[in-house]
Write a protein that binds this ligand. Structure first.
Ligand code: CTP
Ligand code: CA
Length: 224
């Protein structure tokens, strides 16, 4: 056998990716969510597969679709479900890229019946969700761990702090300040910060191009 596919740079590697938002139930018909489209994570999955990787794509609710025999899509809804799915697979992967916009808080109690409107105001008590990325930083052995940081102020400082605090190899800083960047848009403006605090700033690009830049950086680092 001398298959050209055997020569792809991520052949034989397993990459876990999280994507999209999470939905946190309030009652049987309502949830707390966010505007993440899932696009960034799906682009990362496609580039990884095109490089020959076996991909586990754990995604919250999204309109994105992908059909690729190398990409195993695992749909989840809540932060707890995403945590469980990630932990089911993390031990077996070489690279983990957590691009999901996981809810930071969830309703402390989920009522089994629909909440009826009564008083003029309604107060929901929220509790923190588990930080999936940080939990991987604690247990990681040889995995190359990548996080994202969505910041609106003190961007570099906050991103560096997340990189250290969560024990990451690389963090992708997403600048929400720039027009055309972020959640619903087709484009992103990112900065990479690696574990030795090397900072690489990029121009506004399509999310597909950002995904290529990211896999390029990861390949450079895992082959170094
Ligand atoms: N993340 C996660 N699990 C959570 C919250 C966040 O895995 N419960 C991951 C995201 O996927 C992302 C990174 O942590 O890769 C940073 O997310 P971000 O929202 O920027 O930072 P937080 O640590 O949640 O802090 P804050 O929102 O207060 O800035
Ligand atoms: Ca957050």
């Amino acid at each position: 056998e001398n298959d050209i596919l055997d020569k792809l740079p991520l052949k034989g590697k397993k990459v876990l990716i999280t994507a999209g938002p999470t939905y946190e139930a309030i009652d049987p018909v309502r949830f707390i969510g966010n505007h993440s489209s899932g696009k960034m994570g799906f682009e990362i999955a496609k580039v990884s597969a095109n490089l020959g990787a076996e991909v586990i794509l754990i995604t919250g609710p999204t309109y994105e679709k992908v059909a690729n025999s190398l990409i195993n899509v695992i749909p989840v809804v809540s932060a707890d479900a995403m945590y469980n799915a990630v932990h089911q697979h993390f031990k077996t992967v070489d690279v983990a890229i957590l691009s999901a916009a996981v809810a930071d808080y969830k309703p402390k109690e989920v009522t089994s019946q629909k909440i009826k409107k009564k008083e003029a105001t309604l107060t929901l008590e929220l509790e923190k969700t588990k930080d999936i990325l940080a939990s991987l930083g604690v247990i990681k052995t040889n995995q190359y761990l990548v996080g994202f940081a969505l910041e609106t102020n003190n961007e570099l400082e906050n991103a560096k702090d997340k990189l250290k605090r969560k024990n990451l190899n690389l963090i992708v800083l997403n600048s929400l300040n720039d027009a055309g960047a972020g959640f619903k848009s087709e484009t992103n403006k990112v900065t990479f910060i690696d574990a030795d605090e090397t900072v690489t700033e990029f121009q506004l690009k399509s999310k597909a191009e950002v995904a290529s830049d990211l896999l390029n950086k990861i390949l450079e680092q895992i082959n170094a």
